[in-house]
Design a protein around this ligand. Structure first.
Ligand code: ADP
Ligand code: ADP
Ligand code: ADP
Length: 213
C-alpha cells in the first residue's frame, strides 16, 4: 500500500506509523525525523532547514521534495510506503503526484488525523522521543517503563526543541494555512479517510485498521 498520514503536530501520526508499518511491511518516511537527523549531523541540508524548524515554520518545498524523491528509491520502499508529515503544501502534493507518475504508481489512501487544536498543547509539551528510531512517548498518556529511557534500546529520550507552547502556535498556524488545503486536495480525489484522532491510541489504531482493510 502507498499511504499518506496528515494531521497537525501532536495528532498521533508518529504513534500510529510503526503499527501500520509492522502490519503491512511498508517503509516509513517521516520528513520531520529525516530533517532532525540532518540538523543533528549538521549536513548542508540540515544547516538550511534548521532556522525554519526552530521557528515552527515549514522548510522549503524543494528541500523536502528532494529528500522524498531520494528516499523513494530505496529498495524497502518499492512495495509500498507511509509518508508521515509529507506532503504539507499543495505544491508538495503536486510534486509527489509527478514523482509517482514517473514510477507508474499512485497514492492509495490518505489518513487525516482530525483533532481539535485545544488538545494538542498537552500532547506536545508532554512528548519525549527516541531520536534514532522516532519513537514517541508521553509523560501522562504513554509513559516509558523507565522515565527518560527508551523501552526498546535503553537509550535516553529527549524533548524536541520545538515542542514548546510558543513554537506550537506557529506550527499550528502553518498547518491551518498551508496543510489544510492538502486535505481538500486529497478529499477531491476521494482517497481521504478522516480519523477521530482525539480518541485513545487503541481506538485510533482500530480506526486506522478499518480504513486500511
Ligand atoms: P505526531 O507524530 O502527529 O506529531 P505523536 O504520535 O508524536 O504525534 O504524538 C504526540 C504525543 O501525544 C506523543 O507524546 C504521544 O505519545 C502522544 N499521543 C499519541 N497518540 C495519542 C492518543 N491517541 N492519545 C493520547 N496521547 C497520544
Ligand atoms: P510533527 O511531528 O510535530 O507534526 P514534524 O516532525 O513532522 O512535526 O516536523 C517538524 C518540522 O520539520 C516542521 O515544523 C517543519 O519545520 C519541518 N518539516 C517536516 N516535514 C516538512 C514538510 N513536508 N515540508 C516542510 N517542512 C517540513
Ligand atoms: P527502514 O527502511 O529500515 O524502515 P529507513 O531506512 O526508512 O528504515 O529509515 C529509518 C529512519 O532513518 C527514518 O525514520 C528516518 O528517521 C531516518 N532516515 C531515513 N532516511 C533518511 C535520510 N535520507 N536522511 C536522514 N535520515 C533518514
Amino acid at each position: 500500500k502507498r499511504l499518506i498520514l496528515v494531521g497537525p503536530p501532536g495528532s498521533g501520526k508518529g504513534t500510529q506509523s510503526p503499527i501500520i508499518k509492522d502490519e503491512y511491511c511498508l517503509c516509513h518516511l517521516a520528513t520531520g525525523d529525516m530533517l532532525r537527523a540532518a540538523v543533528a549531523a549538521k549536513t548542508p541540508l540540515g544547516v538550511k532547514a534548521k532556522e525554519a524548524m526552530d521557528k515552527g515554520e515549514l522548510v522549503s518545498d524543494d528541500l523536502v521534495v528532494g529528500i522524498i524523491d531520494e528516499a523513494l528509491k530505496k529498495p524497502s520502499c518499492q512495495k509500498g510506503f507511509i509518508l508521515d508529515g509529507f506532503p504539507r503544501t499543495v505544491v508538495q502534493a503536486e510534486k509527489l503526484d509527478d514523482m509517482l507518475e514517473k514510477r507508474g504508481v499512485k497514492v492509495d489512501k490518505v489518513l487525516n488525523f482530525a483533532i481539535d487544536d485545544t488538545i494538542l498543547e498537552e500532547r506536545i509539551t508532554g512528548r519525549w522521543i527516541h531520536p534514532a528510531s522516532g519513537r514517541s512517548y508521553h509523560t501522562k498518556f504513554a509513559p516509558p517503563k523507565v522515565p527518560g529511557v527508551d523501552d526498546v534500546t535503553g537509550e535516553p529520550l529527549i524533548q524536541r526543541k520545538d515542542d514548546t507552547a510558543a513554537v506550537l502556535k506557529s506550527r499550528l498556524e502553518a498547518f491551518h494555512r498551508q496543510t489544510e488545503p492538502v486535505i481538500d486536495y486529497y478529499s477531491k480525489k476521494s482517497i481521504l479517510t478522516n480519523l477521530h484522532a482525539e480518541k485513545p491510541p487503541q481506538e485510533v489504531k482500530a480506526e486506522v485498521q478499518k480504513a486500511l482493510s
